[in-house]
Design a binder for this molecule. Structure first.
Ligand SMILES: *Cc1c(COP(=O)(O)O)cnc(C)c1O
Length: 369
């Protein structure tokens, strides 16, 4: 990996391909694969990742919001794109860019049909989302008649899939709950298919679902975090490769005497003489204040350097006492040398949060293409 001269998120497309192939190896050959690229592809680079997944043979992509899908279309992505959480105010934009909505409530279905009619659509592909226990978005059993009725009445839409989402797919203690969700989904999708009189593509599994509930692959799976190299459990992490590595450099080194303080609010006070390094990365880059006061650390020349005191907007100071380093040397925040999962866990959060937090100010560099 080449040396960086500023804070840089290095994206390794060879690792993405490795993870994609690993996840594919866990599903039946005929099962479709949807790559989730919402939130800038989990904080990396949405267009680059989507292009690579398209080349690698993914069948579908998913984003959370319409504007994300529009960006993909403007970059020339051709794959079908499922919008997981579209809002009615964006339906015209969604249709203009051939994005496929998740339809999750009566209200959303009615409004979608209205806009689809106005835009003179026929058989516009839509995906029905069932709530099977997450209690976030989705229809319930009581709504199935309504969905089927509206679908038959309205030539402007065509239901192409139904899906649901597991609440605790990574948690083995919630296995019974997850199996209940899977059974509920089977029941609801059978009801809907009976009433419609045709089959639908069905999908339920996210990354941890693919690993823990292989019997529930149905016709498609939806993976996000696994593609980026994290599997929510050590055995899976061991098989995956982090796509994103966050690096920065040492801007300045200070000798701090005993009884001096470092940073805002004097949150670190030295009991003994130490050496500190100032790095050009802060909470505006995505390293939240919860990583301060030693909860977060970086790796400099192979050694751990904990964050001293509070995280500033544009900088952190780390302790490098006893580490052979100089101004301009590289520091790794997370990635290949140290997983984002571990970095996050020390501050009480998860890989998903630290990955998606890396702000647009941080330069992205692609390798392994
Ligand atoms: C984000 C999301 C996924 C991907 O989940 P991972 O745990 O990252 O694999 C799948 N389905 C839905 C509905 C999502 O919101």
């Amino acid at each position: 990996m080449s040396k960086v001269g500023e804070t840089t998120l290095i994206l390794d497309l060879a690792s993405l391909e490795h993870n994609y192939n690993y996840l594919r190896s866990k599903i039946k050959p005929g099962t479709k694969f949807l790559g989730v690229v919402k939130a800038f592809a989990y904080g990396s680079d949405m267009v680059t990742i989507a292009q690579k997944l398209e080349q690698s043979g993914a069948d579908y992509l998913a984003v959370a919001y319409v504007a994300e899908g529009v960006l993909l279309r403007k970059a020339g992505i051709q794959l079908p794109i499922l919008v997981l959480h579209p809002l009615a105010s964006n339906f015209d934009d969604l249709m203009a860019h051939h994005l496929e909505p998740s339809i999750y409530s009566k209200n959303i279905l009615n409004q979608f049909i209205e806009v689809a009619k106005a835009m003179k659509q026929t058989d516009y592909p839509v995906h029905i989302k069932f709530n099977t226990g997450l209690n976030r978005l989705g229809f319930s059993e009581d709504d199935v008649d309504f969905i089927a009725g509206e679908s038959k009445r309205s030539e402007c839409i065509k239901i192409v899939s139904c899906f649901s989402h597991l609440a605790a797919s990574e948690d083995k203690n919630e296995r019974d709950f997850s199996l209940d969700q899977i059974n509920t989904f089977k029941h609801l999708s059978n009801m809907l298919m009976d009433k419609l009189g045709h089959r639908l593509m069905r999908h339920m599994l996210n990354t941890s679902g693919i690993i823990n509930y292989p019997e529930a692959q149905f016709e498609m799976v939806r993976s996000g975090i696994g593609l980026y190299g994290y599997g929510n459990q050590a055995e899976v992490d061991a098989q995956l490769r982090p796509v994103a590595t966050l690096k920065t450099i040492i801007s300045q080194i200070h000798q701090i005497n005993a009884n001096e303080s470092v940073g805002y609010n004097r949150a670190y006070r030295s009991k003994r003489p130490i050496k500190s390094a100032t790095l050009p990365i802060g909470h505006a880059d995505g390293i939240g204040r919860q990583y301060g006061k030693g909860k977060g650390s970086v790796v400099i020349n192979g050694s751990k350097a904990p964050i001293l005191g509070n995280v500033c907007m544009d900088m952190i100071m780390v302790e490098v006492t006893g580490i052979d380093c100089e101004e301009g040397d590289e520091a790794t925040v997370f990635g290949t040398e140290k997983s984002a999962e571990k970095f996050a866990a020390n501050a009480g959060t998860i890989s998903y949060e630290i990955l998606t937090a890396i702000s647009q100010r941080v330069k992205r560099v692609v390798c392994g293409a």
